[in-house]
Design a protein around this ligand. Sequence first.
Ligand SMILES: Nc1nc2c(ncn2[C@@H]2O[C@H](COP(=O)(O)OP(=O)(O)OP(=O)(O)O)[C@@H](O)[C@H]2O)c(=O)[nH]1
Ligand SMILES: [Zn+2]
Length: 288
Amino acid sequence: MEGRVVAAHGRQYLVETTDGKLLPCFPRGKKSDVACGDRVDIQQTSDDQGVIEAIQPRTSLLYRSNEIKQKLIAANVDQLVIVVATEPAFSDELVTRALLAAESEEIEPLIVLNKCDLSERVPAARERLKVLADLGYRIVELSALKHAEDLRPELHGVTSVLVGQSGMGKSTLVNALVPEANAATREISQALDSGKHTTTHATLYHLDADSQLIDSPGLQEFGLGHLDRQEIEYAFREFRPYLGQCRFRDCRHNREPDCALTAAVNAGKIDERRFAAYHRIVGTQRGA
Ligand SMILES: Nc1nc2c(ncn2[C@@H]2O[C@H](COP(=O)(O)OP(=O)(O)OP(=O)(O)O)[C@@H](O)[C@H]2O)c(=O)[nH]1
Ligand SMILES: [Zn+2]
């Protein structure tokens, strides 16, 4: 049988089979590298349980990882929706890291600026996002409380995954777009016997026949430990024209002579804050 993983909770997964049933499954073997959104081959072992035999090839895999662990966020996603808000203040670095994760997997990023009903706060938030808007990243301004529907057209026809820091209004947004989300979460918690009704796991919801939304647990960090220096350089989209142009092949773009990136920063072609973010991020990588 085939199916798609619609919820991941520790080593337990809920698989929606092609005939629409929900079946709790465990992966075969010890290692569990299954992610929400994965398409899998399963074998039903009892009325209410199955085993994941194989993971079908993925079109994309989004992860956040620290030095020790790789955590899978979601598989086979087309779009990463990064939710920020006019208040409380969001972390620029977290947004940058999420964008890098998307770039490195060729997942289309979309930034949602929520709580735009707090109109006096909008200009400051817009200003903070300007550097990203200037780079061509799409930004949708909305109010999850009042006009969550503004996001729906952006989600049509693709599988999107929502990420955001706590307090940005991600749950409000999901509940508005997927009215049955709470019921579905309860059903999933029961099926997975996870005991408590919390969103500690990623969950896939159907918006319509062609559109899926994966809600992932609140993000306080977005580790990029799985990316090496070259991959991070490439994920800064505005760096690409300059990569390979430095005098030294292994240039770290610090104080080396004839560094093409430093020259681009000095010429105003690359934003200084983005360059600083690059140095901070590679500085925290393993083996940096
Ligand atoms: N004014 C306003 N408040 C909002 C909006 N969306 C959410 N909020 C409020 O912001 C607070 C946080 O919203 P949640 O949806 O719980 O935030 P979350 O991002 O899911 O946060 P966690 O549950 O901590 O992960 C709540 O008090 C919401 O009512 C909005 O569009 N406008
Ligand atoms: Zn350089």
